[in-house]
Unconditional design. Structure first.
Length: 493
């Protein structure tokens, strides 16, 4: 029987441990995260950054370019230029700039293809004074993300001129109906160029390439010139959250230039899905990989592995109907919700929905209503198709109105059913601090964290701030307007 090995004691006073503690102190010397907290009247801590983020979100949703019906490009060809010079290895952003840059690029790529399913994207990296083409223009987000993840080495200087020249050269062959764009994620404050960068900016403008720049450090004059001359935008991220937001905002198609060409008709094909059985394997794509399942081009019967794509034989653009549907919502955006106060609603005598006080006023399917019944502990509501103003809501679907328990003047968000009321201010005891926790709604629904009430100008339904952002940024359709009868929808149009 062998004896257990003796454990080596850890020398906590060793030089290595002391040096590690010093490194930790240097890294987090300026990280004063406790200053971002603020105490409310109930003694709870809230982030100050969250309030500023909500305010910035409202300003973005109320901007004219988001809510207005403007002409936008549905088919975009974008070259993403990522700066991986030595400036990307700085640690002013935790843990390192390159890690934060990869994170925001990953978010942008997914948001870009979610908002622009018919578009294509390529990646160019800047390091060691040269520009390297990392991926070709394609519609596969996973290919771009994986390729960039495996090539995050930093070093040398950044050359904006080489990046502009390489991007413009690849976008020069794009058809006239495609929108040519370059998005630069810049970490450096200087550019080491072989020639005059202003000539590259003129070439981009001549080829109708729109250059936008997102900076990590400070504003650089030549980047401002490039964005101004080509009709792009230039912003500098002040924090990681702000950097994420301005990168995701670039996924929305920009308004078309006033001097752009007329409307072009693009021929597209809707391929059929081939059998995915192992016995039906065939050669797919230009690489001739033998695998089952594919999409068959309706013109030449060639097979591609994913959609959207361009047929490698006849060049036909292959898409599916959901791709077209997701591209159209930019042309018909949801109108910006108007901000209303609870005092204004009380003066108008308006409850949530047409059901009056204490009623959610919406229509739910049986499946969703059953889940809501369990959440709030109510049941035995009458089944059957409900009608509003004598019109059926939807043929073949069973709906019912869901009342919520509460006071007569309680109002709920039409989207998430959170209470749209500020919690009452409790009485403060002798200690100067409230001993009561924030009131919990009797329905089991969470009380809205922000007391901003928003109303759709069309259906007049009330929403919280989070649902307002979800409707305009992700759903792109007002649920209150969609639940209106057909007659009322036609009257609104």
């Amino acid at each position: 029987m062998t004896e257990p090995a003796a454990l080596n004691p850890i020398d906590i006073d060793g030089d290595d441990d002391v040096e590690n503690l010093r490194d930790y102190g240097r890294d987090y010397h300026d990280d004063r995260s406790w200053e971002d907290l603020q105490e409310d009247e109930f003694g709870n801590l809230h982030s100050v950054a969250e309030a500023s983020e909500h305010a910035a979100r409202r300003r973005r949703l109320l901007s004219s370019t988001v809510g207005a019906r403007v002409r936008r490009g549905m088919i975009r060809y974008l070259q993403l230029v990522v700066d991986l010079s030595r400036a990307a290895s700085l640690t002013d952003m935790r843990p390192v700039r390159s890690a934060i840059m990869f994170h925001v690029v990953q978010l942008f790529i997914r948001a870009f293809f979610d908002a622009n399913p018919l578009s294509q994207l390529g990646i160019i990296v800047l390091r060691n004074g040269v520009a390297e083409r990392l991926t070709e223009l394609s519609s596969s987000p996973e290919v771009h993300i994986q390729k960039l993840k495996n090539n995050l080495d930093t070093g040398g200087a950044a050359s904006l001129q080489n990046g502009f020249d390489l991007a413009v050269e690849s976008l020069r062959r794009i058809p006239p109906y495609g929108h040519r764009e370059v998005l630069v994620l810049l970490a450096a404050l200087s550019s080491c160029d072989p020639g005059t960068i202003l000539d590259s900016i003129k070439a981009a403008k001549l080829n109708k390439v729109r250059i936008s720049v997102v900076g990590l450090a400070a504003e650089v004059h030549v980047c401002r010139v490039a964005a101004t001359e080509t009709g792009g935008s230039y912003e500098v991220g002040t924090s990681e959250a702000h950097l994420e937001q301005i990168m995701v905002d670039q996924a929305t198609p920009p308004p078309s230039a006033s001097g752009s060409s007329g409307v072009s008709l693009v021929r597209m094909g809707f391929p059929a899905k081939a059998s995915s059985a192992p016995g039906a394997a065939s050669f797919i794509g230009s690489t001739c990989e033998l695998q089952p399942g594919a999409y068959i081009c309706p013109r030449c019967k060639a097979r591609v592995d994913a959609l959207p794509a361009e047929c490698h034989v006849c060049g036909l653009t292959l898409v599916s109907s959901p791709h077209l549907a997701r591209s159209y919502h930019h042309l018909f955006p949801v109108r910006a919700f108007e901000e209303v106060s609870l005092e204004m609603l009380e003066k108008e005598g308006i409850g949530q929905g047409s059901g009056g006080g204490g009623v959610w006023g919406g229509f739910l399917s049986d499946e969703v209503a059953g889940i809501a019944d369990k959440r709030i502990g109510v049941s035995n509501y009458p089944n059957g198709k409900q009608k509003l103003n004598g019109d059926s809501v939807s043929a073949g679907v069973t709906f019912r109105e869901l009342p919520l328990p509460g006071s007569e003047n309680t109002r709920y968000c039409y989207g998430c059913s959170s209470i749209l009321e500020a919690p009452p201010v409790p009485r403060v005891p002798h200690g100067g601090r409230s001993s009561r926790a924030p009131p919990v709604a009797a329905t089991g629904f969470a009380t809205s964290s922000s007391f901003m009430v928003l109303r759709c100008p069309d259906c007049r339904r009330l929403f919280c701030l989070d649902c307002d952002a979800y409707v305009h940024e992700r759903l792109h359709s007002c649920p209150g307007c969609e639940c209106l009868p057909v007659k009322e929808q036609q009257q609104e149009k």
